[in-house]
Ligand binder design. Structure first.
Ligand code: AGP
Length: 364
């Protein structure tokens, strides 16, 4: 992959289209089938130290923060270590309690985002151990961290991050698997997750091959003034990232909400002019998510579902391939990157350089 646009009209389109190969790259050379685990040489964390970690705190901004939210869920699910993500920009200003048994992870595409770098420096000053999950090799955050893993997304030029988000989440999948296998994740579960990771490139290619369907759908959203994105547990960070993508590139207002919280307020917004995009994975929360769709339909809200099978209450379902439950969030946001792109294209937006934004925010 290079800086050449390779026949695409924008870097955003090029970068969305490169995701199957990019994911292949983050996996390459890291999987250890013999022990159903992965090798992450740059972590600088041996098995004994990994077992000593009591808590994980993930810090990033914007899209990297959303990737960290999915990462925290993966770590809790596979390694059973309590984990959460917080915007680095908030963390550094709230005089956080820095705990020696917590492992801190800084996430950044550019590796230069000032809020993340400042959080890392403050943590290091207080003696914390900080890992980096970074795309740009040799960047400031990568250099400051005690170790970490590169996400190998390749150069990302569009201000709006797409392929790096996907690769960062896959990198967290590798880290979660590694930590899990130093703890209680069984060989069988390790094998199951590895098989799921290996299926990703082909499944991504399958989603991308249905771009025409998504392009047609985008037509319906160009007139929207505001949109709601909902998801539950694994689907919620996916909804957050999809709503950020749409906002950044199309300038349509979008708000993400946990589907479980609809009845506590946002239901009041539902009417025909307020479309909802719902993330509906085929997991143990499927029926709960369907109930939310019913609530929206009963109020004449238009629904676009991203799901593993057709959703009766939705006006349209984008069906995505099923992976392991834990890895489904990696795939479910990809059609919504294309939706944001095509909506912005139809609205004539400056896709690679949205107004008021910079690729890397290196100032306070
Ligand atoms: C992504 O679409 C955004 N433009 C933005 O939120 C970005 O993710 C954020 O500024 C963090 O950048 P980083 O990953 O380079 O640290």
């Amino acid at each position: 992959e290079s800086w050449d646009m390779g026949g695409h009209d924008t870097y955003m389109h090029k970068e969305i289209s490169e995701q199957a190969e990019a994911v292949d790259r983050v996996l390459r050379g890291r999987i250890d089938d013999r022990f159903s685990t992965v090798h992450l040489g740059g972590l600088n964390l041996d098995a004994r130290e990994a077992r000593g970690v009591r808590r994980i705190k993930i810090l990033g901004c914007g899209t990297s923060y959303h990737a960290g939210q999915i990462g925290a869920q993966l770590i809790e699910e596979l390694a059973r270590i309590p984990a959460d993500a917080e915007p680095a920009s908030e963390f550094r200003y709230r005089n956080p309690v820095v705990d020696p048994d917590t492992l801190y992870i800084a996430v950044s595409q550019s590796g230069e985002t000032y809020d993340v770098l400042a959080a890392v420096q403050e943590l290091k000053r207080k003696g914390a151990r900080v890992l980096g999950v970074v795309n740009v090799v040799g960047s400031a955050i990568a250099r400051e961290a005690d170790g970490g893993l590169y996400v190998h997304a390749g150069p990302e030029v569009c201000v709006v991050s797409t392929k790096c988000f996907t690769n960062t989440v896959v990198a967290f999948g590798l880290l979660a698997l590694h930590l899990g296998r130093t703890r209680d994740l069984s060989v069988a579960d390790g094998r199951r997750i590895i098989a799921g990771l290996r299926r990703l490139p082909e499944q991504i290619a399958d989603i991308l091959s249905r771009e025409d369907e998504i392009e047609k759908l985008a037509e319906e959203f160009t007139g929207a003034r505001s949109m709601l994105f909902i998801g539950r547990v694994r689907g919620y960070p996916v909804a957050r990232e999809a709503s950020l993508k749409l906002k950044e590139v199309s300038y349509i207002h979008a708000e993400a909400y946990p589907a479980s919280e609809l009845k506590h307020g946002p239901l009041a917004l539902i009417e025909p002019a307020m479309p909802t995009v719902a993330i509906v994975p085929d997991d143990d929360l499927l029926e709960k998510n369907r109930a939310a769709l019913e609530e929206i339909k009963a109020r004449e809200g238009k629904i676009l579902a991203v799901a593993h099978r057709e959703q009766e209450k939705a006006d349209h379902t984008i069906v995505v391939p099923k992976n392991e439950d834990e890895l489904d969030p990696i795939l479910m946001g990809i059609p919504l990157q294309l939706l944001a792109y095509h909506t912005a294209l139809k609205l004539g937006r400056d896709i690679d350089k949205p107004r008021n934004l910079a690729k890397s925010v290196t100032v306070e």
